[in-house]
Design a protein around this ligand. Sequence first.
Ligand code: FEO
Length: 170
Amino acid sequence: MLSERLQKALNAQVNYEFYSAYTYLAMSAYAESEDLEGFANFFKVQYEEELFHAMKFYNYINQMDGRVVIESMEKPQVEYDSILHLFESGYEHEKTVTAKIYNLADIATEEKEHATISLLQWFIDEQVEEEQNFNTIIKKLKRIESNPAALYMLDDELSTRVFTPPAANA
Ligand code: FEO
């Protein structure tokens, strides 16, 4: 049984993960509008990952006999200055997510809620990968700067990214 405080914090995270999905879908739409389908695909996969994260928290709250409450959502940012700006914003977004996950882990640790600590460990590991994905692409984008041929090569590379749901017990 989750404490009221922990349930409330986990619920906030369900909603934030949905907001993350929405944010990445808006980023995908921006990339589409720039005719960069590979970058758009990267963000579409990111959108799917965030839906998976939201549902992982959602299912966990239900498993623990809690009550999920879906809230209304803020409009995500839809305009960006460039593809680099898009990825920098994504990176900042992921850092915010990491801080939220760490805060949840602090609450769960304080309450000695070991099942929740175990769930959050998965997210802590996931965030390392999430931040790295963005950071790597930002570094590449800075290196290729205003070289359109290299930009299209990277766009091509990102068109192959697919969403693979983690194993059933993940
Ligand atoms: Fe759900 Fe990208 O963190």
